[in-house]
Design a protein around this ligand. Structure first.
Ligand SMILES: [Zn+2]
Ligand SMILES: [Zn+2]
Length: 342
């Protein structure tokens, strides 16, 4: 391993949608920690506040890199490539012990939000949130995080209460919506019908290439979109748009035994006509937040078996020196996943 530098230049999100650079000390790993040299980090819609308002933390929570230094008590060999799970979970609380690591009651950090993340050259993490990926290229390995992780978790949440999902409705064809679409196909099989809506035609083209049935929301309601594709009430709606109106529309459209999964944060949701709809039709409303660390293992197998299919989601790869342009492009709306590579 080459000697580590004392200091490095990293992106600095100063607010007002501007990213400059600053110098930071390269941390040395303490007990139980690893230092990664980051090779790729995907942009995410949840970085909008950091982009708009600025932060002293170096953002980036969809990182893939190589272990270049390891602290006392760790077992990961130097040179191991892998990805970083966003939530620095404790491993000991009631929820962690039951594998609900995304619901840790004693979380140490959210990487890239309150601790330096993956847009810097180096990222310091606890070993338990590192997941080795073998010889998978690291840019593609970022698909294991918000795309396959969050997407798959949403499908699995729905499967907890629905055993024969045939039709899924996804409002929102941004990266998370595309991830949910992809994981619906990979986990439930090609026969599942996935209707996906958005206001951006570019995104719907991507969704269509990934076997989604597109609905352009500026031209058609969700109900008309379903009809257009020869479908009726969906078994599951997975909201990736975050609009109260859209969620209410989904609730009204769902079939008997219908499941509404909320992945997007954003606005609220109203359970109307409690007896006539919600109780009578035995509907379920479920939240779905990120995913649990142990889900990475199955998703790595799925990714290795479906690389060409998943690669379609990555539409732009830019160097860290182009991070300003990368964010402008991404929040311009006409991209899939945008990756910063170093
Ligand atoms: Zn994210
Ligand atoms: Zn915990």
């Amino acid at each position: 391993m080459p000697a580590l530098p004392e200091q490095v230049t990293v992106p600095h999100f100063v607010g007002q949608r501007q990213i400059t650079t600053t110098t930071k000390t390269v941390p040395r790993p303490g007990a139980g920690q690893l230092l990664l040299q980051v090779k790729a980090n995907a942009l995410c819609g949840s970085e909008r506040p950091q982009w708009a308002n600025g932060t002293t933390v170096t953002p980036g929570h969809e990182a893939a890199g190589i272990v270049v230094a390891a602290g006392e008590g760790t077992t990961t060999p130097l040179g191991t490539p892998g990805v970083v799970f966003l939530m620095d979970f404790c491993g000991n609380c009631r929820n962690c012990r039951q594998n609900f690591t995304n619901q840790c009651l004693n979380k140490r950090a959210d990487m890239g939000f309150n601790q330096d993340g993956g847009y810097g050259q180096y990222e310091l993490i606890h070993e338990n949130i590192f997941f080795p990926v073998g010889d998978l290229p690291l840019t593609e390995a970022t698909m294991l995080l918000d795309i396959m992780g969050t997407g798959g978790h949403a499908i699995n949440r729905a499967r907890l209460v629905h055993s024969d999902i045939q039709t899924i409705l996804i409002p929102g064809a941004g990266p998370i919506g595309l991830g949910v679409l992809a994981m619906a196909k990979l986990l439930l099989g090609d026969d599942v019908k996935v209707v996906i809506s958005d206001v951006v035609p570019y995104r719907l083209k991507l969704a269509e290439a990934m076997d989604g049935l597109p609905v352009l929301s500026t031209e058609m309601s969700l109900a008309d979109g379903l009809k257009y594709h020869g479908l009726q009430a969906p078994d599951v709606a997975i909201d990736c748009a975050g609009k109260a109106m859209v969620r209410d529309e989904c609730m009204a459209l769902l079939a008997h035994r219908g499941v509404m999964v909320s992945v997007a944060h954003g606005e609220g949701l109203t359970v109307k006509n409690l007896y006539g709809d919600f109780v009578f039709r035995e509907m379920t409303l479920i939240g779905s937040e990120y995913f649990a660390y142990h889900e990475l293992e199955d998703n790595l197998k799925l990714l290795n078996a479906n690389r060409a299919y998943m690669d379609q989601i990555i539409t732009h790869r830019l160097g860290v020196d182009e991070i300003q342009r990368a964010f402008e492009l991404f929040f311009g709306g006409e991209t899939g996943k945008v990756i910063i590579e170093q």
